[in-house]
Each structure stands twice: as C-alpha cells, then as structure tokens.
Write a protein that binds this ligand. Structure first.
Ligand SMILES: [Zn+2]
Length: 213
C-alpha cells in the first residue's frame, strides 16, 4: 500500500502557512464575508506594504481601546455616555429606537429628530436565532419610566427583521403608557435605513403613526 496516497476521509493537508490560515479564519467571521472573500482580503493584506497593513491593525486596536458603548443608549462612545445623551438641548422625553449606531447617522442627517436614541444592537431574527434577550430590549424598557419618556419612535429597518422587532417592542411597551409610533412606510421595503435618502427618511419620521399592538 503506498502510504502517500490520500483516502477520501483524510483531512486536507495544510495548504497555507498557519498565520495565513488564521487571518482567513478571522476575516471569515466578519458579517457578510464568505470564505472566498476572506481569502481574497487575506491575500490583499499579505501584499500590502507593511505600514499600510499596520495602519489597519492600529485602527482596530484604537477602536477596541478607546471606544465602547454608551451606558445609556448603547451608541458608540469614547466615554461612559455618548455626545447625544450628554447634549442637553435634545428633548429627553422623546426616544428613537434604532438597530445599529449607523442608523443614528441616517436619522441625524434628516434634521427631523431632536430627541435621544436607543440602539438595540441588532434586530430580532428568527432565522439567525436572535431573540430579544440578545438585544438591548431590557435596557430600553427600564429607560421609559426612569427617564420619563413620553414617545418611543420605532425606527428599525423596513425589512422583515425590522418589522418583527418593531411589533415585538410595540407589544412590550403596550402597558407602559408611552406613545409608540413607527416611522411611516414609503421607505424602500427590504432595505436599510442607511440606504434611504435624507428626504425620504425625514418624511417617514414626520409621517410616523401610532402602532396598534
Ligand atoms: Zn448615548
């Protein structure tokens, strides 16, 4: 029997040096990066001049060392509270609930909202196994009485997960006495807030309606 032959059950021999494979594995854990993209990015990094590659690594270190999440709204923040929560000119009784910090940027660009935010850090997704307990829902429910909130605007994305999340929150807030509204339709269905233009999103905010839960 020739011992060099591989049978079908054998694991694949190591193709890449371990550091390269580690990089591919780490990149492959990023959202939206499949194995092929991970491999392509890894080889791009390998070919980069050393200082360019280290700039990327430095940016990652900096963001992990200096930035965390606001203890009040869970937006990204350099201190315990983010600039929006600390801004006393904003209406403290009006709360806009979004999925991710990038959605705050989209809402801010409309100049239609002068309240504060709550970032869920995701959306309920039965397919991906994400339930309300993995999101900042508990923290939201605590804020309503603590901060004497009068209106919660549900500005989750206009796609399936975003709608499921909005309905869940509307039900959870039903007995809290707070006015619960959802940004109006007219946004591109299936999309993300960040892809809506300012005018459309501004109108959706203005045209928000009470949610029947
Ligand atoms: Zn904040």
């Amino acid at each position: 029997m020739p011992s060099a032959a591989c049978s079908a059950g054998d694991p694949l021999p190591e193709i890449y040096a371990a550091p390269v494979q580690d990089l591919i594995d780490e990149l492959g854990r990023m959202p939206g990066v499949g194995p092929k993209s991970a491999q392509r990015i890894a080889f791009h990094i390998l070919k980069l001049p050393r200082e360019d590659a280290l700039r990327l690594s430095h940016a990652i270190t900096e963001v992990k060392d200096k930035v965390s999440f606001c203890e009040q709204c869970f937006n990204v923040s350099e201190g315990p509270r983010c600039g929006l929560c600390l801004d006393e000119r904003r209406d403290p009784q009006l709360l806009c609930v979004v999925e991710e910090p990038k959605d705050i940027v989209a809402v801010e660009k409309t100049h239609e909202f002068r309240g504060r935010y709550h970032v869920l850090q995701g959306a309920i997704s039965p397919i991906e196994g994400v339930g309300p307990e993995q999101l900042r829902v508990k923290e939201l429910l605590v804020r309503i009485p603590d901060e004497d909130i009068t209106e919660v605007i549900l500005a989750t994305n206009p796609n399936t997960d975003g709608e499921v999340t909005a309905m869940y929150l509307a039900r959870a807030l039903k007995d809290s006495g707070v006015r619960v509204t959802r940004i109006a339709s007219g946004l591109p269905v299936g999309g993300d807030l960040e892809y809506a233009d300012e005018v459309t999103l501004g109108r959706a905010l203005e045209g928000r309606r009470e949610v029947e839960a």
